[in-house]
Design a protein around this ligand. Structure first.
Ligand code: MTE
Ligand code: MO
Length: 277
């Protein structure tokens, strides 16, 4: 009996070296139906997430990435295999499932990793976060007291970096969903994407609204029960176990709700846009 593509997909968690991921992907890519770039952009997210459409979209993404020039900044290990793995995982993932949490005692201080957009120290007392709508209009600004006024949550989760390490860490802060609720009416419902930037705009990420509204997506201001240090993103950063670290912007300066899929620092350098776990 021939192996169904479902059997193949189930095997995606059987082994995990990058070479194996790349090989699995090449096999999936070979059997995928071809779609054009315009198909890709007009697919609804729902169909994107299910079955063949997702595989086809992944295949397109993979071919696109192969045409990109190599960047010397990317640790080569996870480059293509990684992109591939993301697309496949995204297709398989069920909505609404939480990543595992751990007892607080299992967590410890995580290293500082990535300082793009963190340049000089900032005056935390003077920090304000801007919120913009799809047309770029300023909808509001927030000081930390307003973020602290939202319900406080804590989670002990595994933070994962695309460089291949992970660390169990305890984050404290507000759920992004509680924050976004402040703007939902004004926006007539939330648009499909969120773009986040450091104040100097040196680092920027784009995230789909479903991922942002997940209960494990935090606007974090505490790490290991202490206020964030500047190197870890003070006063406010993203934290989640469901996205790779590259998406978890430190030192948020601007949040923009948008209809267009926003550009993203590491997407521009060859990584999968979703960087989903
Ligand atoms: N502003 C900014 N945020 C960032 C980065 C960065 O370079 N600049 N690096 C990301 C990466 S790759 C990781 S793994 C995490 C690391 O967070 P940490 O330094 O608190 O461990 O931050 C993410 N957020
Ligand atoms: Mo990372």
């Amino acid at each position: 009996m021939s192996e169904t593509s479902n059997d193949k997909r189930k095997k995606t968690d059987a082994s995990n070296t990058d070479a194996e991921r790349a090989a699995r992907y090449a096999a999936l890519e070979a059997e995928s139906p071809r779609i054009s770039p315009s198909d890709y952009t007009t697919k609804s997210r729902r169909s994107f997430l299910t079955g063949g459409a997702a595989m086809a979209a992944g295949a397109f993404g993979f071919r696109w990435i192969q045409t990109r020039p190599e960047s010397d900044r990317i640790p080569d290990v996870l480059r293509r295999g990684h992109e591939v793995n993301e697309s496949v995982w995204r297709a398989l993932k069920r909505d609404g499932v939480n990543a595992p949490t751990f007892p607080r005692s299992a967590s410890s201080m995580v290293r500082v990793n990535g300082r793009r957009g963190l340049g000089e120290e900032i005056d935390l007392a003077a920090w304000e976060m801007r919120v913009e709508g799809p047309d770029g209009t300023l909808l509001g600004t927030h000081v930390m007291d307003e973020i602290r006024a939202l319900p406080f949550h804590e989670m002990t989760i595994e933070h994962k970096c695309v460089e291949g390490w992970s660390h169990i860490v305890t984050w404290g802060g507000a759920r992004f969903s509680d924050f976004a609720a402040l703007y939902a009416d004004e926006l007539g419902g939330l648009p499909p994407y969120v773009s986040l930037n450091t104040p100097d705009e040196e680092y920027y990420v784009g995230v789909d609204i479903e991922s942002m509204m997940h209960e494990q997506m935090y606007l974090a201001y505490e790490l290991q029960g202490e206020p964030l240090t500047q190197d870890h993103g003070a006063p406010l950063r993203l934290a989640s176990p469901n996205k790779y670290g590259i998406k978890l912007l430190k030192r948020i300066g601007t949040i923009r709700f948008t209809d267009e899929r926003p550009t993203d620092f590491w997407f521009e350098r060859g990584y999968d846009w979703y960087a989903e776990l």
